[in-house]
Design a protein around this ligand. Structure first.
Ligand SMILES: *[C@@H]1O[C@H](CO)[C@@H](O)[C@H](O)[C@H]1NC(C)=O
Ligand SMILES: *[C@@H]1O[C@H](CO)[C@@H](O)[C@H](O)[C@H]1NC(C)=O
Ligand SMILES: *[C@@H]1O[C@H](CO)[C@@H](O)[C@H](O)[C@H]1NC(C)=O
Ligand SMILES: *[C@@H]1O[C@H](CO)[C@@H](O)[C@H](O)[C@H]1NC(C)=O
Ligand SMILES: *[C@@H]1O[C@H](CO)[C@@H](O)[C@H](O)[C@H]1NC(C)=O
Ligand SMILES: *[C@@H]1O[C@H](CO)[C@@H](O)[C@H](O)[C@H]1NC(C)=O
Ligand SMILES: *[C@@H]1O[C@H](CO)[C@@H](O)[C@H](O)[C@H]1NC(C)=O
Ligand SMILES: *[C@@H]1O[C@H](CO)[C@@H](O)[C@H](O)[C@H]1NC(C)=O
Ligand SMILES: *[C@@H]1O[C@H](CO)[C@@H](O)[C@H](O)[C@H]1NC(C)=O
Ligand SMILES: *[C@@H]1O[C@H](CO)[C@@H](O)[C@H](O)[C@H]1NC(C)=O
Ligand SMILES: *[C@@H]1O[C@H](CO)[C@@H](O)[C@H](O)[C@H]1NC(C)=O
Ligand SMILES: *[C@@H]1O[C@H](CO)[C@@H](O)[C@H](O)[C@H]1NC(C)=O
Length: 447
């Protein structure tokens, strides 16, 4: 007689759990629109999946709905433009999640086999299930810039955290955090090979093929189930009272945040960042000033400066990088090569040759319409095209004796402009910068 009663309790408890979860189960036929019924909440109301404001329109994603600082943790199709208020998010009867415009065009929000249900979980994971109730798609397995407690970053170069453009724009930004198969956790710019030449921070967990994990107490570690390597220590927080999130940020820093739910007007505070060592400044992440520009390490803000002959692409967003001052430049215009002292940039070339002197290298670039800049070192002349990536002030300890030259075109006679007096001052400015850099930074060991 005992066994059936035991079974009854077991079954009823399973049933209760299902019933509780039932509140957040979404079935095909459900729809959301940006202005009414705009999201599906997790059971506690902490997380929501649905529309949030982005630019002049809306994006679809997962965000914290339970705190005043509506914090976006995941975005669908992050590189698509915002959608208008007239779209419909349709969990179609054949089990797809699509956005439908007023004109009827459909955009898929995620690719999976026909789904039978979906659920916004209290962990912040949005999960899609098949008819056997097996998860077939999870936002946790397709991260954007954020890692949440219980989410893991697998040792897979294509499953990485990529920063957003800015706090208010979740399109793919410039930096990524990777759990490498060799056990290193490393930071790289987006769009480079994963080699030591490009990485700007890493730490060796000593656990090849390990996962990067964050737990409910803010413990960030690499594990392979038999060994743990600690990145940030655990906090004394009771489960569910403090929120944590790890984010690859738009300025190239990886930061772990906490938020105390028991404080009335709480806010996110930084509790750990791997780039918090002495000598690290805001210029440390590679390419933080965009193309054709370098970062001045003095001061607390990111201070970008264009290479000679270049101007900011957008004066109000200086970290976007720089472009040639004139769009009317053509190959027939007279140019000269200007040396940029104490500066280096990405060592790539479209044409490399052995030439005896730097003057020969200058001439080779001047006579080549495609050549915009040159690097010269030990009789090797490497001609460069734009954009010049990862322009940096040389470190004092840098043994690299490479000289950098930029082609500067003189304005056409019909448009007289001020002379090149500025050049001299610029060079002086760079020497001062060199000193600043010496005072403010030194290299960190990489991979
Ligand atoms: C929101 O959706 C629910 C159920 O799907 C429906 O009953 C309700 O009328 C909707 N509200 C609005 C404002 O459309
Ligand atoms: C977000 O940034 C991307 C890339 O810079 C840009 O193309 C897009 O227009 C921006 N979106 C908004 C809403 O500002
Ligand atoms: C949702 O998509 C289905 C097709 O799967 C369509 O029949 C239905 O009209 C759509 N609903 C809305 C509100 O657009
Ligand atoms: C890495 O992730 C990609 C995309 O999610 C997937 O297609 C691939 O199979 C994964 N590779 C491994 C080794 O797990
Ligand atoms: C990146 O790697 C590929 C293949 O190994 C190589 O062809 C390419 O030149 C590399 N690019 C850079 C910028 O190093
Ligand atoms: C976990 O990593 C450690 C350190 O590399 C290794 O000694 C151990 O065999 C690994 N365990 C598993 C289960 O792979
Ligand atoms: C690693 O840390 C997790 C989270 O604290 C813990 O559950 C697990 O037992 C640890 N594993 C080892 C091998 O120490
Ligand atoms: C919380 O913020 C609101 C609005 O800014 C303010 O009115 C209220 O006094 C604050 N409460 C506390 C406890 O700081
Ligand atoms: C960074 O370091 C400074 C001092 O070295 C310390 O005051 C600050 O709390 C640290 N920040 C983080 C996020 O660890
Ligand atoms: C920014 O850097 C330039 C030189 O690169 C310097 O002249 C200027 O004072 C710096 N501005 C700030 C606010 O630090
Ligand atoms: C860009 O060109 C304009 C005129 O063509 C000139 O006035 C200005 O000084 C130039 N700016 C730089 C940074 O060279
Ligand atoms: C630059 O690249 C060339 C060819 O790719 C290589 O031979 C040279 O050693 C590199 N120079 C530096 C300083 O890395």
């Amino acid at each position: 007689m005992m066994i059936p009663i035991f079974l009854f309790f077991l079954l009823s408890s399973i049933f209760t759990v299902e019933a509780q979860q039932g509140q957040s189960i979404v079935k095909p036929g459900s729809i959301l629109t940006p202005t009414t019924n705009s999201s599906w909440l997790s059971p506690s109301g902490l997380y929501a999946f649905g529309f949030y404001k982005q630019g002049n329109g809306y994006a679809v994603g997962v965000f914290l709905a339970g705190i005043p600082q509506k914090t976006v943790v995941w975005t669908a199709n992050r590189d698509n433009p915002p959608v208008s208020a007239q779209v419909t998010l349709n969990f179609t009867s054949d089990g797809r999640l699509v956005l439908q415009s007023a004109q009827g065009t459909e955009t898929s929000l995620a690719n999976f086999d026909p789904a039978s249900s979906a659920s916004m979980l209290d962990t912040g994971n949005f999960v899609v299930y098949n008819s056997d109730n097996q998860p077939i798609w999870e936002s946790f397995q397709n991260p954007t810039d954020t890692l949440l407690p219980t989410q893991r970053l697998l040792p897979n170069d294509s499953v990485v955290l990529k920063s957003s453009v800015s706090e208010s724009n979740q399109s793919t930004g410039r930096f990524r955090a990777i759990m490498q198969q060799d056990g290193y956790v490393a930071l790289y710019p987006v769009g480079t090979n994963l080699t030591i030449d490009y990485g700007y921070w890493s730490t060796n967990s000593g656990i090849p093929h390990g996962n990067l994990n964050l737990d409910d107490h803010g413990f960030l570690y690499v594990t392979n189930s038999s060994f743990n390597f600690t990145l940030s220590p655990s906090r004394n927080s009771a489960k569910g009272t403090v929120l944590y999130r790890l984010r690859m940020e738009d300025d190239g820093f990886l930061r772990l945040y906490s938020y105390n739910l028991q404080e009335q007007n709480g806010s996110w505070s930084i509790i750990w960042s791997p780039l918090n060592e002495t000598g690290v400044n805001r210029c440390f992440p590679r390419g933080v000033c965009g193309v054709n520009a370098y970062c001045d390490p003095g001061g607390n803000d990111i201070n970008c400066t264009c290479l000679p002959g270049f101007v900011f692409i957008d004066e109000s967003k200086r970290t976007l990088g720089c472009q040639r001052n004139s769009t009317t430049e053509n190959c027939n215009e007279k140019g000269m090569m200007e040396e940029v002292p104490n500066i280096i940039w990405e060592n790539v070339t479209y044409s490399q040759s052995l030439l005896p002197t730097k003057q020969d290298c200058d001439d080779a670039c001047l006579q080549d319409c495609s050549c915009e800049a040159a690097l010269f070192n030990d009789r090797v002349c490497r001609k460069q095209k734009l954009p010049l990536r990862f322009v940096n002030i040389k470190l004092p300890i840098d043994s690299d004796a490479t000289l950098a030259f930029i082609k500067v075109r003189t304005p056409t006679p019909s448009e007289p402009t001020p002379s090149s007096e500025g050049t001299v001052t610029k060079k002086k400015g760079l020497d001062t910068l060199f000193l600043c850099y010496f005072l403010f930074s030194y290299a960190l060991p990489l991979l």
